[in-house]
Design a protein around this ligand. Sequence first.
Ligand code: G3I
Length: 461
Amino acid sequence: MVIDACHEERADQRPRLPVRRAFTLGVAGLLTAAGVLTLAGTASAASTLGGAAAAKGRYFGAAVAANHLGEGQYAATLDTEFNAVTPENEMKWESVESSRNSFNFGAADQIVSHAQGKSMKIRGHTLVWHSQLPGWVGGLGATDLRSAMNNHITKVMQHYQGKIYAWDVVNEAFQDGGSGARRSSPFQDKLGDGFIEEAFRTARAADPNAKLCYNDYNTDGQNAKSNAVYAMVKDFKARGVPIDCVGFQSHFNSQSPVPGDYQQNLQRFADLGVDVQITELDIEGSGSAQADSYRRVTQACLAVSRCTGITVWGIPDKYSWRASGTPLLFDDNYGKKPAYDAVLAALGGGGDGGGGGGGGRSCTVSYAETQRWGDRFNGQVTVRAGSSAISGWTVTVTLRSAQTVSATWNGSPSWDSSGKVMTMKPNGNGNLGAGASTSFGFTVMANGDWSAPTIGSCTAS
Ligand code: G3I
């Protein structure tokens, strides 16, 4: 295949150091610079939550507890179904810095290394929170507290530099109820409203590549609390205070159901120029009612292009912080609940593997860096039809934040509003017989980041 057919190069940009790094994956996987993100049991397209989410350019994560990782079924379910993790308690202040300036990262490191071994995204939770805060912090005066807060943020973020996709920099700083006021905490009471801004500025300096999120609950629909968070984010964006994302915890039950304006609320935050993420999803209940609520949440995220992923707050019901409400996707024996099926279907997975065309149509992708020179490199994605012929395919390519694409060939690209996610469809090369393949290519301006872009899984039609 001639992959450079419509690619023009200037003489001074010709490849000097050809590099070929090839990865292949099942349809339900993601490619990263670190290699293949394998989502075990992914023989067919999007047969897992992570695989199906990846096909939509999203991640699907779970809160994980280090002390369960040794349980075979727990680890197997995590590794098979999810492509992102959030340590449930292990990165909180009381866990990592129970005595001033003495850090213990043991349990959190266990989760990070497990996740890295599976090329999963990691959300860091959480740096500044009024809860699970050791007593010594509350005893400090303002000057000492400021320096302890900044030291905590800096040391924790630097320990995990390069490993964390997004940090919940500040968690739950607003009160419930109608006032939209700040919650009382040592930080709020002694440092005043400015503590959030200071925490975000310190966080950006500590790890400039991590996404910085504000995370809260009961902000899932439009109400006084979410309006107050919205005003803060708007102000931060206007004044250049670094903030990249807002987390919506989304703990739901019959008293606090999925709000009717959930999607609109996510969208209005996204419209401020931040990513939005569903960070701690659980919905009490069972059967089809629970499944319907999970479906709505999933559909809402998919409908908002800047909703980058969903994390459920645990794996089996028995380990949930609300275990008696059976709020998760797996029962106590790791059986898939109707809610699981609803989420997978909403993500386009299951059945024909999410290929979208039915009739067993599926495709796989593999990626190779084919050339590297000067300030850029060429990437090539090979699309291969599964056991049935296909008449179309869609693959997303997500660039690293520094990267841009200067040329593409053998495909028809479209871009999302961030300019970082390219959706590639055929350009006359959509019809593939069973097992047949085609390739498209692109030139990436590295701007200092030579990592492979993330290649989403292939959707066939
Ligand atoms: O590990 C100890 C154990 O050694 C001890 O025997 C036992 C006795 O109570 O406690 C265990 O620690 C508990 C820990 O969870 C681990 O299970 C703590 O008591 C308990 O308070 C802690 O609860 C966590 C809670 O945050 C604390 O606020 C939940 O697991 C965790 O799911 C929950 O997560 C929060 C998010 O961080 C923020 N948003 C809300 C969400 C749900 O509350």
